[in-house]
Design a protein around this ligand. Structure first.
Ligand code: CO
Length: 637
């Protein structure tokens, strides 16, 4: 591996350095419009215009700007500010009323403290026999929007309550169900206590941490070392934020909301550098709960838009999160004061053997050729309260790109009376259950297949018409151009082998077919929430698996820029009402995938990884298999 450090910015898409972030915060604070009760919601690189990125030549100058979202706790408004690092000045300051930026980290802890110190809350806990507030935890769930006056007039979270048996043990073993605390985040105080019902505190501990080793049980002892060694190092090169690996070339980005961003992916084909993907990220996710109980029914976390995966990213450790020869990239975000919050080793880059790429034996000549397949893995992991989401981008030697999301962590739980069960969840122990829910992920794919102008085509495999089909055996791939936004609101159909092709508007392969990548869905599902539900409005993007929009600089968030407490209708459903043309233009493809989670008792106390993903695979992009040049292994015995 070759690593070339860059101290100065060398490309318009380079991630903000800590110095740049600090400078931007300073510019904002020095502006006369910066008020004493303003807090920093997010600080991110302002996306440079595409033309600047695409036409950039090494060494050329470019503008650097930073987008800042401020919460003004003096009046509940939000400010969208752009600070120019090039000029040292604020270039745009927009005040917006009636929206709520994501819940920020400082507010998590402030909300919990406010609840613990509230006398009415303490009285509610005393009713349940709990007096030691140090053992009580409060998870600040984004409040959503259910017609409650507080949701539209105040910045609030809906606090759900748990109690430890011993400090630091598994809080989710002991939900205090029926007790919900609304916290006013701007005022840092309890706004309302909803005490619906007293349930018994579940009696069992269900530990997972080695700090409670005796209760977790003994570790198995028959696991021998499995080490990945790469004596000459891995085959990738890191130069600043640029990552190159064999024929792949990309730039690593970071955003407080999306976490890892993959920028400007190209593949070198012969002497030619061919664009594939301009930008890819997990742009939104929503976890709707499917339990009518009052504590569960309003749980609908938008983990990207209401919390921010970049804000909640893990610091990864060698040999644990990733195995082998690892290159890490550090990241940083800002806290409420605009101070740097460092996340060392936030992004993991490594190479994996992935079995065979191809093989053939000529049974007559006994000629055998086999090649091994490798993939480049770029990943990060975020902890959003009880759950972990690990996002992986895989780049293969055969031109494939895959996205995989691994879900793990601890179920949030509900409580039940003695002997009670529910079909809206799964019993995990006496008086405690894991409620039914789903996880929806929306990946934003700003496509760039042999240029910015692309067309999306749906392919369904269909039986041939009778007049062409004398033996009744024939079938073919029927292609339909998705010409408008309304035509491109699509769902999967595995029985038709449905996939979507993103093809170049200009380039054809040697057989005259448009060069293309296809989006192959994996496991997927639709929501079960009804038309009348709040989430139907708030996360309307979940009701289609595919959306295609023409690129627009301000269309980045599938559920809108500010989904927190929003009544809904924003984002993809709103933009696509215009029903714009998406043929032969700069298209953004939004792929939505849902994981259905009727919990199993085996998901407890920590869920073994569940995984979901999709593939982008070349179809007519190359003139033959791009894996033919893989080298034969030197050590086949
Ligand atoms: Co789940």
């Amino acid at each position: 591996m070759t690593v070339i450090d860059r101290t100065a910015t060398s490309h318009p898409l380079d991630r903000l350095t800590e110095d740049e972030t600090t400078a931007a915060v300073g510019i904002v604070k020095a502006d006369e419009r910066f008020g004493p009760r303003m807090r920093f919601g997010s600080v991110n690189l302002s996306p440079p215009p595409k033309a600047v990125v695409i036409n950039h030549t090494p060494g050329a100058d470019f503008e650097r700007a930073v987008d800042v979202v401020l919460l003004d706790n003096s009046d509940g408004s939000t400010c969208e500010v752009t600070a120019s690092l090039s000029s040292g000045r604020v270039t745009s300051w927009k005040r917006i009323e009636g929206v709520q930026p994501s819940v920020i980290m400082d507010e998590f802890f402030e909300a919990e403290d406010a609840v613990r110190n509230d006398p009415d809350f303490q009285a509610a806990m005393a009713k349940r026999g709990i007096t030691d507030m140090d053992l009580v935890t409060v998870d600040p769930w984004s409040a959503g929007n259910y017609g409650d006056e507080l949701e539209s007039s105040h910045r609030i979270v809906r606090g759900l309550v748990w109690v430890h048996d011993k400090p630091g043990d598994n809080q989710y073993a002991r939900p205090i169900d029926g007790l919900i605390v609304l916290v006013d985040l701007a005022e840092g105080r309890v706004a309302r206590i909803e005490d619906h019902k007293v349930f018994p505190v579940p009696p069992e501990s269900h530990e997972w941490s080695r700090n409670f080793g005796d209760e977790v049980g003994e570790e198995r002892t028959d696991v021998k070392p499995l080490d990945i060694t790469q004596p000459d190092g891995p085959s990738f090169t890191v130069e600043g934020d640029r990552l190159t690996w064999q024929k792949w070339d990309m730039r690593i980005g970071w955003h407080s909301r999306e976490g890892l961003v993959i920028n400007t992916v190209t593949y070198t084909d012969g002497d030619e550098v061919r664009p594939v993907l301009y930008r890819a990220s997990l742009a939104e996710m929503t976890v709707p709960y499917g339990d009518p109980s009052i504590t569960q029914a309003r749980k609908n976390a938008f983990d990207v838009g209401e919390y921010g995966l970049g804000m909640l990213a893990n610091s990864l450790t060698l040999g644990c999160d990733c195995l082998g020869e690892i290159h890490y990239m550090d990241a940083h975000v800002c806290d409420a004061q605009g101070d740097i919050y460092r996340i060392p080793q936030a992004i993991c880059i490594h190479e994996e053997d992935f079995g065979i790429s191809w093989k053939h034996t000529d049974f007559r000549t006994e000629d055998v050729e086999v090649r091994r397949l490798r993939r480049l893995v770029v990943s990060f992991i975020a902890t959003v309260g009880n759950y972990e989401y690990a996002v992986y981008w895989y780049f293969y030697q055969d031109g494939r790109i895959e996205n995989e999301i691994k879900m793990t962590g601890i179920l949030t739980t509900g409580g039940l009376d003695d002997g009670e069960t529910t079909r809206y969840g799964t019993m995990l122990g006496p008086n405690v259950y894991g409620p039914n829910h789903q996880h929806f992920f929306c990946t934003r794919l700003d496509m760039w297949v042999d240029g910015t102008d692309n067309t999306v085509v749906e392919v369904n495999t269909v039986p041939a018409p009778a007049d062409e089909n004398p033996f009744g055996n024939a079938f073919f791939g029927e292609q339909t151009v998705l010409a408008t936004e309304s035509a491109a609101k699509r769902r999967i159909d595995p029985f038709k082998g449905r996939y979507w092709k993103i093809q170049s508007a200009e380039r054809t392969n040697r057989m005259g077919q448009p060069t293309a990548y296809r989006l192959l869905p994996g496991e997927n599902i639709l929501p079960f929430a009804t038309e009348e539900s709040s989430i139907r409005q708030r996360a309307g993007y979940m009701w289609n698996h595919l959306w295609v929009t023409p690129y627009a600089r301000d269309e980045n968030w599938p559920a809108g820029t500010y989904p927190n407490q929003h009544a809904g209708g924003d984002g993809l459903p709103r933009w696509t009402e215009a029903d714009r043309s998406i043929e032969s233009t700069d298209v953004v493809v939004w792929y939505v995938m849902g994981a259905n989670h009727l919990p199993a008792i085996e998901d407890w106390p920590v869920m073994p990884v569940a995984s979901i993903g999709f593939t982008l695979k070349p179809i007519g992009f190359f003139d033959r298999s791009p894996a033919m040049d893989l080298p034969a292994a030197k050590h086949c015995h």
